[in-house]
Design a protein around this ligand. Structure first.
Ligand code: ZN
Ligand code: ZN
Length: 147
């Protein structure tokens, strides 16, 4: 047995990537390359999922689109990757999705084992790791009205 720790996955780059700021900073032709690739991909995917024909046409769009998207992002958004070429975690606020500021989990994609909102943008998993929580959470709920 090798004591290999790969199963947990390797940690991503520190910090998050502001997709809206990045998009707004792109020249129009780069936006066009990324936008067109995303549209081709998602329409191909949706057609494939609904079993539409010609199936090869939808399948081709799905895969060509995602490849083109990957290439366009690598080419036009180098800041989306760290020095090792690893993708930074995107900020979901850019697509109007509410996410934890610590780990990026969302209402529909919780931490493994489940989590809940401790603050508006902080989940219970991340709050459990924070050292600077000023008051224990169970204080209010656990005590009856002591004056
Ligand atoms: Zn979290
Ligand atoms: Zn969470």
């Amino acid at each position: 047995m090798d004591g290999d720790d790969q199963e947990e996955g390797q940690p991503g780059p520190a910090g998050t990537f502001d997709v809206l700021a990045a998009w707004r900073g792109l020249p129009a032709d780069c936006q066009e390359a990324i936008g067109a690739a995303a549209l081709v991909h998602i329409l191909g995917l949706m057609g494939s999922m609904q079993g539409l024909s010609p199936a090869q046409g939808y399948r081709a769009a799905e895969h060509e689109g995602i490849q083109s998207l990957e290439q366009a992002v690598l080419t036009h958004l180098p800041d989306a990757f760290d020095g090792d070429g690893l993708p930074r975690r995107p900020e979901l606020a850019g697509i109007d999705v509410h996410a934890c500021r610590g780990c990026g989990c969302t209402q529909d994609h919780a931490c493994e084992g489940g989590c809940w909102w401790v603050e508006e943008d902080l989940c219970s998993t991340c709050a459990g790791q924070a050292v600077c929580v000023s008051a224990p959470i169970f204080d209010e709920a656990g005590r009856t009205n002591e004056k």
